[in-house]
Design a protein around this ligand. Sequence first.
Ligand SMILES: Cc1ncc(COP(=O)(O)O)c(C=O)c1O
Length: 376
Amino acid sequence: MTAPTKPSAKPARPFFSSGPCAKPPGYSPEKLATESLGRSHRAKIGKSRLSYSIDLMREVLRLPDTHRIGIVPGSDTGAFEMAMWTMLGARPVTTMAWESFGEGWVTDAVKQLKIDPTVIRADYGQLPDLGQVDWSNDVLFTWNGTTSGVRVPNADWIAADREGLSFADATSAVFAYDIDWAKIDVATFSWQKVLGGEGGHGVIILGPRAVERLESYTPAWPLPKVFRLVSKGKLAEGVFKGETINTPSMLAVEDAIFALEWAKGLGGLEGLKARSDANAAALDKIVAERDWLGHLAADPASRSKTSVCLTVDGADADFIKQFAALLEKEGAAFDVAGYRDAPPGLRIWCGATVETADIEALGPWLDWAYSTAKAA
Ligand SMILES: Cc1ncc(COP(=O)(O)O)c(C=O)c1O
């Protein structure tokens, strides 16, 4: 058998990781503003950069004034667990899982908080029946399952007159999809995903009903300082103006500001969505042209446009490891192996910071890696 020929052109930026994701095009650390570094984050400069980043997030997300935005510790995990630990326990809870991260929140609710939730699950590649959700409960879900490539198609299934609160882990969803904020009481994300920012900090978005919960309910369990959003029965409003609970990384904040200004320059959310849609369409074309590649997400309506997960005919975990290593060694594609807990396959980030031309250039390299790994 002859060795498969290597394609001539490589993706210019071979960064396809699903987190931390590719930096915005044109990024370089020298372009970051550094005036706030080496200063107190509570000095005027620090506070103004933190509140500027909040203003930019509000503008790019088109977040209504009804909802607050705060920068918190611990990346998306920190933000989501802060929401769980501070607000759950007041009423029955439903947790939904269709991949690894949603499953992590189920574990928190069952084993750590011990609140005996109703658990609604679906296998990798599927969504459960969203119509079965009882909205008298607080409901936890992952908007875009990063490890299965399955997302909720919209917020239509969330009851407008819900008694419970909706909690969305939206880390690979914000800046890629329209979100009907009236249906969202709590959302969390990290800059490391669609913005191509840094991890470390999480962002928590609270609607008015979440604030009401925080001010009227005290959980039975102790709360570490990094989770505390309430002081003397009132919401710590400063957190939502950039007075962070503890010391933030101002470098990560400046990095996020760079990405948000880039996003604003593209036309904001519409510009970001258009890029991610084009990337997902380019990858879908590659998949359609190859009988050995398929989508893990069965239904196109709930298929991710950010973390696109692919099946590879006959592949097991070792094959995928080898496949990804071949591409990495060539500098043709980094971090394309699926998540460790997901069925063996590929995962290719299509969020806005990736260039469509780089997705297109990936196709022949996938062919090369597939035939090389098969021949080995
Ligand atoms: C859906 C989802 N939730 C939570 C996380 C954890 O995020 P972080 O590492 O930013 O805390 C991830 C990371 O990939 C994710 O994709």
